[in-house]
Design a protein around this ligand. Structure first.
Ligand SMILES: CCCCCCCC/C=C\CCCCCCCC(=O)N[C@@H](Cc1ccc(O)cc1)C(=O)O
Ligand SMILES: [Zn+2]
Ligand SMILES: [Zn+2]
Length: 478
């Protein structure tokens, strides 16, 4: 069923295909245009900062007035929605997204101001359009639409919109989890951001591939610091705090963590994709047991694919000095590491200590956690198969494979509520797009945004089957 498509200049979406009459079409069109405007407003699309209850009611009037939907604020700014199903015996699932964003500076070379939400050449630009307001709006717009159609979901579901994902979700996601635990909720599956449809990003792969991440890397932030008494810049010591610390972080950069390609979920991902690679890569990918070290050397040349090969090391902050003619008494640096699934936090810390190899450099763990468990993706895994089916409904010839999230998401806080946690948004990303995450010119195409609404709209309906058909039946035939 076709739902949404691009319209003429100035219009984000127009309804096409099987719709239930002009009345719904007009209302929905107006509503989705409103949604798109909200998305474009970027900074202003923060439910909580407006602190105006009418604001969300205006954007999604049906969601906020439906007797089927229960909405509550969590920790003042996060949102928890419960959409009641008509068959309470069916286990609920949960969709996650977040409304907060990382900072963006007008001084960086954005093609359009980062909070203008301006549209250019078919793309809506702005901080949060990819990470993660597109999902927020896509989920709510799809819910608005399905409720307007009068569809009653059979399987109940939760929607959690965190407000502090970019600072670990300790107030938003963690409190949503706490509430659900208190209520004895167990989730059939959880779907969050963290992977997408990659087109041309994995070199040698013919055509796009939808990668449903079944795990995510662990992470740690380490604070490295050096202290010594301050002194006059005219009589410098042979080594300064800044020089010692700079040498330590340089050693970390020059000695990347070991290659682990093939030993984590990325192994299964490339094996699934193998037949879509051009010769000889198809042969090589089908025999990772033999060729993994060779592939790792090729993949590590590119920043995005390197993240699949190893635990990554990023020196993100360096602070030192108070005046240009005073030898700094203190220098500190922060190192952000994402831990490959085949390694533990403990192993990473041991390795960093040995690479730094200088007792004058104090190493403190700001936070850290191990890689997340791998969620099932076999033929009997309801969540994986339903997400896959929904992708195939939209893109029938798409290759769908299990993937790995190389960053971190709020979903990691949900591991006690479900063993089936998936990270995927149906956006298509092309070469250059990976750098837009937390970077400049973050943007979403009209097609990606519309696809997001369509994906969730279909997902709500696909989740209404009671159970998957017996194995060997293609889920696409459901
Ligand atoms: C990280 C972008 C990689 C792009 C790879 C190219 C493929 C794109 C496919 C899918 C989209 C990837 C979505 C990534 C979601 C990232 C969410 C996020 O930014 N989370 C924060 C959480 C965090 C972790 C550690 C901290 O110290 C603070 C915040 C993140 O940085 O991972
Ligand atoms: Zn995000
Ligand atoms: Zn982010």
């Amino acid at each position: 069923m076709g739902l949404l498509s691009s319209a003429g200049t100035g219009k984000i979406v127009r309804i096409v295909g099987k719709m239930d009459g002009a009345k719904y079409r007009d209302i929905l069109e107006e509503n989705l245009l409103e949604s798109a405007r909200e998305l474009r407003l970027g900074r202003r699309f923060t439910f909580q900062q407006d602190n105006d209850p009418k604001h969300k009611a205006k954007s999604f009037p049906t969601v906020f007035s439906s007797s089927k939907v229960k909405h509550e604020l969590v920790a003042n700014y996060s949102h928890l929605f419960w959409v009641q199903g008509s068959r309470p015996e069916l286990q609920p699932y949960m969709l996650l997204a977040h409304t907060d964003v990382v900072p963006a500076s007008e001084d960086d070379a954005w093609e359009v101001p980062p909070f203008s939400g301006d549209e250019k050449d078919g793309f809506i630009y702005g901080r949060g359009t990819m990470d993660d307001k597109g999902s927020v709006m896509g989920i709510l717009a799809a819910l608005e639409y399905i409720l307007m159609k009068g569809y009653t979901p059979q399987r109940g579901f939760y929607i959690g919109l965190g407000h502090d994902e970019e600072v670990h979700g300790l107030n938003g996601a963690v409190n949503i989890v706490r509430l659900l635990k208190e209520r004895g909720v167990k989730l059939l599956f959880v779907l969050d951001e963290g992977s997408a449809i990659l087109d041309g990003i994995l070199k040698g792969l013919d055509g796009p591939a939808a990668l449903i991440a079944t795990s995510e890397k662990g992470a740690t932030v380490l604070k490295l610091s050096v202290s010594m008494p301050p002194s006059h810049a005219s009589m410098p010591p042979r080594e300064t705090t800044i020089g010692i610390l700079a040498a330590a972080v340089k050693r970390l950069e020059e000695n990347p963590m070991k290659r682990l390609f093939g030993l984590g979920p990325e192994g299964g991902m490339f094996e699934h994709l193998a037949h879509k690679f051009r010769f000889p890569l198809n042969f090589v990918m089908s025999n990772l047991w033999l060729f993994a070290p060779l592939i790792a050397r090729i993949m590590e040349r590119n920043e995005t694919t390197n993240a699949f090969v190893r635990t990554t090391t990023a020196v993100t902050m360096f602070n030192a000095g108070v005046k240009e003619n005073v030898i700094a008494s203190y220098a500190e640096a922060f190192v952000n590491m994402r831990i490959h699934s085949a390694q533990t936090l403990k192993e990473v810390l041991e390795c960093v200590e040995s690479t730094v190899g200088d007792p004058r450099v104090k190493i403190e763990v700001v936070y850290g956690f191990d890689p997340l468990p791998i969620s099932p993706y076999d033929e009997t895994s309801f969540g994986f198969q339903i997400i896959k089916k929904t992708v195939l409904d939209m893109f029938p010839s798409m290759i769908v494979a299990p993937g790995m999230c190389i960053a971190n998401t709020d979903s990691r806080h949900f591991k006690d509520l479900s063993s089936s946690i998936y990270r995927f948004t149906p956006a298509i990303y092309k070469p250059g797009d990976a750098q837009r995450f937390h970077g400049i010119n973050e943007r979403t195409s009209r097609e990606n945004y519309e696809g997001m609404v369509q994906f969730f709209f279909r997902l709500f309906q696909n989740c209404d089957i009671k159970k998957l058909p017996e194995s060997h039946t293609s889920v696409h035939e459901l």
